[in-house]
Design a protein around this ligand. Structure first.
Ligand code: ADP
Length: 513
């Protein structure tokens, strides 16, 4: 059972599959190439045999005559050659090893020298063609007036193969067309093919096994770094996110994977860091009012004597509780917003109306703070936005601007219609934000305090701008801040109009959607 499981694990592994694929490919290629070679070798051999037989047939015609026997008057086959010439004798004796000479009726012609039919014993062994077949071939040749060639491969009782080449010969030198066939044993040629086949049968399995082993080894080598990457990745957990995979400096796909993996861990690390920071901040933020409540309760319990003192302690404790619930509410809302649970309820509205109303509302706190609050708005600003959230955004920006602008300062809001969007600006002549703090102002609980001092209880929660950033992002808008310490701050927000009211501000002839 265990072994089957192990086998299944290996056979599902990339290394096994790579090797198997490679071996299969290798086998197919090897078999294909050898089949091609075999086929080619056979064709070449066949052509060679045909050429040899063609030459022999042409030579034979020169040595052979069919003439009437002077004694009997019947046609006989006479070999004309110089018996004293050993070459000629050998050539003619070669023809006679496998041969057949037949007349127009398909009957073997007698050899003049022996008086026997001109058919060699070997030819008889591989089967003499029937007279009817021979007759038909001669007739076909005579009718078409073309040299007739007939090819056949035959074997004798022992299984030896022979290539037969036959033809019809007709010329004035002969009394009539006759049929002649000669042959060549295919033994030596077949041997070469057999040897070739056996060689391949012996070599191919060996080559495949060797190739597979090589493939297994190479796949192992290629995959070792992947395993190393996986092992390192396994060691990475929430507590050691600073671990990175070392690059192999090979600039290959694996290095790319390592790089991608490292940058993913980097992002994870920064998210983890943020979460950690957030929980630290939350506990810190909650601790302040809780400590306050505890302190007030202790005062009530141990030191307060008069009703007035009790009331004061209770009042202070209540204030801290207010702040506590304010923080919890804001956090809940923010986490809902950021986790996507707070869906925008968009509706078409006039943003100018919204800003005008809020600026009116903020006149009282502005006056109290001795700050002049003004606005410049176009007649109408149609947009499709979530009213509640946009009001929250403007409220946060206005209250910040008033809060951080000293007496005698000025806060100005401006709305401007641009193609496809509306630009909303809140600028003040307040204390400004120094460049080191600017990148963090949208972080949760971030407040610019005096150097190293803890935020005082009457300060904001440091969550306002986090909300503003989320609201702008949820509306697919953009927020920018420019600030100079001691001179003032300007928040610029670009809000898409949501497809409405763009016509009025489109430059002539240009469609903006
Ligand atoms: P808070 O509730 O403290 O106002 P915010 O998230 O709204 O928190 O703002 C974060 C910090 O950014 C503030 O504590 C303040 O230091 C700084 N800030 C925001 N708006 C302004 C502004 N108009 N002028 C100067 N500082 C500002």
């Amino acid at each position: 059972m265990k072994r089957t499981g192990e086998l299944r694990r290996i056979s599902r592994g990339l290394r096994f599959r790579l090797t198997a694929g490679y071996s299969l490919f290798f086998t197919i290629i090897l078999l294909g190439v050898s089949a091609l070679f075999w086929e080619r070798l056979q064709t070449v051999q066949e052509r060679e045999v045909h050429e040899v037989l063609d030459q022999q047939f042409a030579a034979m015609k020169g040595y052979l005559r069919i003439e009437p026997d002077p004694d009997t008057g019947t046609n006989v086959a006479i070999w004309y050659y110089d018996k004293d010439d050993p070459d000629e004798t050998t050539i003619v004796l070669d023809f006679k090893k496998i041969y057949l000479i037949a007349d127009q009726n398909g009957k073997p012609i007698n050899a003049w020298s022996t008086g026997e039919p001109a058919v060699s014993t070997t030819y008889r062994g591989i089967g003499v063609d029937s007279p009817a077949d021979i007759k038909a071939r001669i007739q076909e040749a005579v009718q078409s007036k073309k040299p007739y060639t007939y090819w056949a491969v035959r074997s004798n009782e022992d299984g030896e193969m022979f290539q037969i080449r036959a033809g019809v010969v007709y010329s004035e030198r002969h009394v009539a067309p006759y049929y002649a066939a000669i042959g060549l044993p295919l033994g030596p040629y077949g041997k070469i093919l057999r040897e070739f086949t056996w060689m391949y049968v012996g070599i191919i399995p060996g080559a495949i096994i060797l190739g597979s082993l090589l493939g297994w080894f190479m796949a192992g080598r290629a995959l070792t770094p992947v395993l190393a990457v996986a092992q390192t990745a396994q060691r990475i957990s929430g507590s050691n996110l600073s671990l990175r995979l070392p690059s192999r400096e090979a600039a290959d796909e694996l290095d790319y994977l390592i790089l991608t993996f490292n940058s993913m861990i980097e992002r994870l690390e920064s998210s983890f860091q943020q979460i950690k920071q957030f929980s630290t901040d939350v506990s810190h933020e909650l601790r302040t009012p809780i400590t306050g409540i505890r302190g007030q309760l202790e005062v009530a319990l141990f030191t307060a004597k008069t009703t007035e003192q009790y009331r004061e302690a209770m009042f202070n404790a209540l204030q801290d509780i207010d702040r506590l619930s304010q923080i919890v509410r804001a956090l809940l809302l923010l986490s809902q917003a950021e986790s996507g649970q707070l869906a925008l309820q968009k509706s078409p509205l006039d943003l100018c109306d919204v800003v005008r109303d809020l600026v009116d509302e903020f006149q009282i706190p502005a006056e109290e703070a001795g700050v002049r609050l003004t606005s410049s708005l176009p007649p109408v600003c149609p947009v499709e936005v979530d009213r509640v959230q946009i009001e929250r955004m403007i409220t946060n920006l206005l209250s910040n601007a008033i809060k951080f602008t000293p007496k005698g300062g000025e806060v100005h809001t401006r709305l401007e219609r641009k193609p496809g969007r509306i630009e909303f600006v809140v600028e003040d002549t307040g204390r400004g934000i120094s460049t080191e703090h600017l990148p963090h102002i949208y972080d949760r609980f971030y407040r610019v305090t005096g150097s190293g001092t803890a935020p005082s209880p009457d300060q904001g929660l440091g969550l306002g701008l986090s909300f503003v950033a989320w609201i702008v992002k949820a509306h697919r808008g953009k927020i920018d801040v420019v600030s100079k310490p001691g001179q003032g701050t300007r928040f610029t927000i670009q809000l898409p109009t949501g497809g409405i009211g763009t016509e009025a501000v489109e430059p002539a002839g240009q469609a903006v959607r």
